[in-house]
Design a protein around this ligand. Structure first.
Ligand code: FE2
Length: 309
């Protein structure tokens, strides 16, 4: 049962604060999941590979994400391609374009009506109110700053190394929280997320992705706050960031996973024959300082409000 204060029970809320993530099964109804998958398919059908700059998203790579196509994607719907979908010798695509995309982003929450429908309360089939969760997490003015459909393609979906989302979506102090919706079952075989529980309490944001003078992006040391207001204070466990402490987040379609921006998480390759489609967006605290050097800059209208005025 949700508490009178919002969608999360007190036990769920304390679990999130302790672990840095929370699984909420059946957050989306099967019919809403189906409509979001149909929208994903429709978006894929709009990809014209002949005019695409063949931008490839290299997760965890400092240098390849900085091209103009990537930077412009904050306010449009762009397609990023799986590196292993290309032949290393010829550079040609080895798969049909719709099977080579690994991300569609980063303005779905504004430009795609089905994905945008997850933000306001009362959308049929959306069982966890985003604004209600944000209030329970202490947001004063939550803003959605980016969103994407993530397609971990059968057989070629790449691994994502351990990272903290606030490295890429930085406010000073950090405030990002990810909302990650499974649109297909995420399993050990198809590269589900895994988490290092409690790492949000001891792992500060030490690096940030910023725009490089003269073009592109780069990772720099973080001279600002490393934990959210009132956060941190955890003790580094004996194993530190070692693999041994990670917990697999196998989830069924329709599950919402909340992810603290400081939490270390990762996912493995999809070696199975089954795809793994997810939709994710991030909130930041609009009242914290947003840095003009961040790779992602707000549209003219500002980042998308979650609370109604
Ligand atoms: Fe992430």
């Amino acid at each position: 049962m949700a508490s009178p204060d919002g969608p999360l029970t007190p036990a769920q809320l304390s679990s999130f604060h302790r672990d840095g993530y929370l699984l909420l099964p059946s957050a989306l109804s099967p019919s809403l999941v189906t409509s979001l998958l149909l929208e994903t398919t429709r978006l894929l059908s709009t990809l014209d590979i002949t005019t695409h700059p063949l931008t490839q998203f290299h997760a965890g790579d400092d240098n390849h994400v900085g091209d103009a196509y990537f930077l412009a994607s904050a306010t449009n719907i762009s397609f990023f391609l799986e590196p292993s979908a290309f032949s290393p010798s010829t550079g040609h695509l080895l798969h049909p374009p719709h099977r080579a995309v690994n991300k569609i982003g980063h303005y779905l929450h504004a430009l795609s009506p089905p994905f945008a429908s997850l933000l306001p309360a009362g959308t049929p089939g959306n069982n966890v109110d985003v604004a209600g969760v944000a209030r329970q997490l202490g947001f004063r003015d939550p803003r959605v700053l980016q969103s994407m459909a993530i397609l971990k393609q059968p057989g070629i979906g790449g691994a994502v190394p351990a990272h903290q989302d606030s490295t890429f979506l930085y406010t000073d102090p950090p405030s990002a929280v990810g909302f990650w919706y499974a649109l297909e079952d995420a399993t050990r075989e198809n590269g589900c997320l895994s988490f290092l529980p409690g790492s949000h309490l001891w792992k500060g944001v030490e690096r940030r992705l910023v725009r490089r003078e003269g073009g592109g992006t780069e990772m720099v040391g973080n001279e600002g706050g490393r934990f959210p207001r009132g956060g941190g204070g955890g003790v580094v466990p004996e194993g530190g960031e070692e693999d041994g402490g990670y917990v697999m987040g196998e989830v069924e379609r329709g599950t919402l996973v909340l992810i603290h921006g400081n939490l270390l998480h990762k996912s493995e390759r999809n070696t199975s024959g089954k795809g793994r489609v997810a939709y994710t967006f991030h909130l930041i605290e609009g009242e914290e300082e947003y840095d003009g050097r961040n790779w992602l800059q707000p549209p003219e209208e500002g980042f998308t409000k979650v609370y109604k005025d």
